[in-house]
Design a protein around this ligand. Structure first.
Ligand code: DGL
Length: 272
């Protein structure tokens, strides 16, 4: 089984693309909706929450976990891979969304990239670090958008207010650099506001969402790692868990996933 983890609903935008591209595998999604947003939390807190989430997904039988959250990928992934997995689950894998997204930008020949993300991601400057390794000539400009995840988690993305907030964040981004040629929506929640981003961005500027990029890169990863791929179950099952009420999750999740979802409650603990 392949596990997906996000602080809330956002990772469903990635899972949706992955399921379209690789429908044969079994998937299990976990949203920590009770503790979202993670974007303003310390790296230590994000690391602790992520250990609990990984433990939940591994106990449910996931061999591979995709952290479908930029905030967790920037703040906790390395420590999870280097400190947690070797002792607790040496035969399991955890992958994030930053490195494959940086590769996706370089594949599309980005030069001046706008990164719209949570405060945690912006502070980490992780996209600069990753992009420097792949294409040192590319330049990154960051804009933190701390109001967006709370708006989206509350299901208020269609209210006029959210359009105003998006236009203000974009204005601040373009005030830093007028010649940005590509924008990456570097938070898995933001694709839900794609139309608003498009409306306030000059037409020649490409706006990328992460779902299709991650789906593509996961396909490559599985082809390069047959030792993992051969162990994955393939009945095409999907299961959804949320740390908040399943009713709320079921009501709002279909906007992100594109289909109705029946979720189950999840309680997160540290490993025994
Ligand atoms: N979907 C998460 C991300 O990609 C949102 C983080 C949050 O909870 O603030 O960063």
């Amino acid at each position: 089984m392949i596990g997906f983890f996000d602080s809330g609903f956002g990772g469903l935008t990635v899972l949706k693309s992955v399921v379209q591209e690789l429908p044969e595998y079994n998937y299990l999604y976990l949203g920590d909706n009770a503790r979202v947003p993670y974007g303003g939390r310390s790296q230590e807190t994000v690391y602790e929450y992520t250990i609990q989430a990984a433990n939940f997904l591994f106990k449910k039988g996931c061999l591979l976990v995709i952290i479908a959250c930029n905030t967790v990928s920037s703040g906790a992934l390395r420590r999870i891979q280097q400190e947690f997995l070797p002792g607790a689950y040496p035969d399991r894998k955890v992958l994030g969304v930053i490195r494959p997204s940086a590769e996706g930008l370089v594949d599309r020949r980005c030069q001046k990239v706008g990164i719209l993300a949570t405060e945690g991601v912006v502070k980490s400057k992780i996209y600069t670090e990753e992009l420097e390794k792949l294409d040192p000539s590319a330049k990154i400009f960051y804009q933190a958008c701390p109001l967006l995840v709370p708006i989206i988690e509350a299901g208020k993305q269609d209210e006029e207010h959210s359009d105003v907030v998006v236009s203000e964040y974009l204005a601040s981004l373009f005030a830093q650099e007028g010649e940005i040629d590509m924008i990456l929506l570097s938070c898995t929640h933001y694709p839900i506001l794609y139309e608003a981003f498009r409306k306030h961005t000059p037409p020649h500027v490409k706006i990328l969402t992460q779902g299709p990029i991650i789906a593509d890169k996961l396909r490559d990863y599985l082809a390069r790692h047959p030792e993992t791929e051969e162990r994955l179950s393939r009945e095409g099952t999907r299961a959804f868990f949320s740390t908040d009420s399943p009713e709320k999750f079921n009501r709002l999740a279909s906007v992100f996933y594109g289909k109705r979802i029946q979720s189950m409650p999840a309680t997160l603990d540290f490993p025994d």
